[in-house]
Write a protein that binds this ligand. Structure first.
Ligand code: FES
Ligand code: FES
Length: 153
């Protein structure tokens, strides 16, 4: 089917099977490899992107559901919240191997957009679907708090 979508503020038109997961389209058709493939089953969060401003698992989002929508990936996220998150991530050296981190950042930005001052419970709930084999969870929580404090200041 013919798909029209806006990816990181660029209009894209593609001819692709409607069942194709958004993740495949991003990585294989658009060569945007910042979004990672982990489990392919909505279990790990590595493939998280924003669809019309909400965090979704791109590995289980068929491209047919993206038609006429707006997608933001780690390559294109660019707002005040994302800047605060990335700064906090960097200052705390959150990434270890880095594989899960683009998904973590996309989920953290979504969380802080919806809950600017999250409690520990909010962070645990909001980030629960993002797994990290390197177990960077403690730093992720702290980085989200630091970003929230910076955004509040
Ligand atoms: S690759 Fe999509 S949730 Fe794991
Ligand atoms: S930093 Fe290695 S999997 Fe998360």
């Amino acid at each position: 089917m013919k798909i029209s979508m806006r990816v990181n503020n660029n209009e894209r038109e593609l001819e692709v099977d409607g069942q194709t997961p958004l993740l495949w389209v991003l990585r294989d058709e658009l060569n945007m490899t910042g979004t990672k493939y982990g489990c392919g089953k909505a279990q790990c969060g590595a493939c998280t992107v924003h669809l019309n401003g909400n965090a979704v698992r791109s590995c289980v989002t068929p491209i047919s559901a993206v038609n006429n929508s707006s997608v933001t990936t780690i390559e294109g996220i660019d707002n005040k919240t994302a800047a605060a998150v990335m700064k906090a991530w960097k200052s705390l050296d959150v990434p270890q191997c880095g594989f899960c981190q683009s998904g973590q950042v996309m989920s953290a930005v979504d969380l802080l957009t919806k809950k600017p001052n999250p409690t520990d419970e909010d962070i645990d709930a909001g980030m629960a679907g993002n797994l990290c084999r390197c177990a960077t969870y403690v730093r992720i929580r702290q980085a989200i708090k630091n970003a929230a404090a910076e955004l509040e200041a």
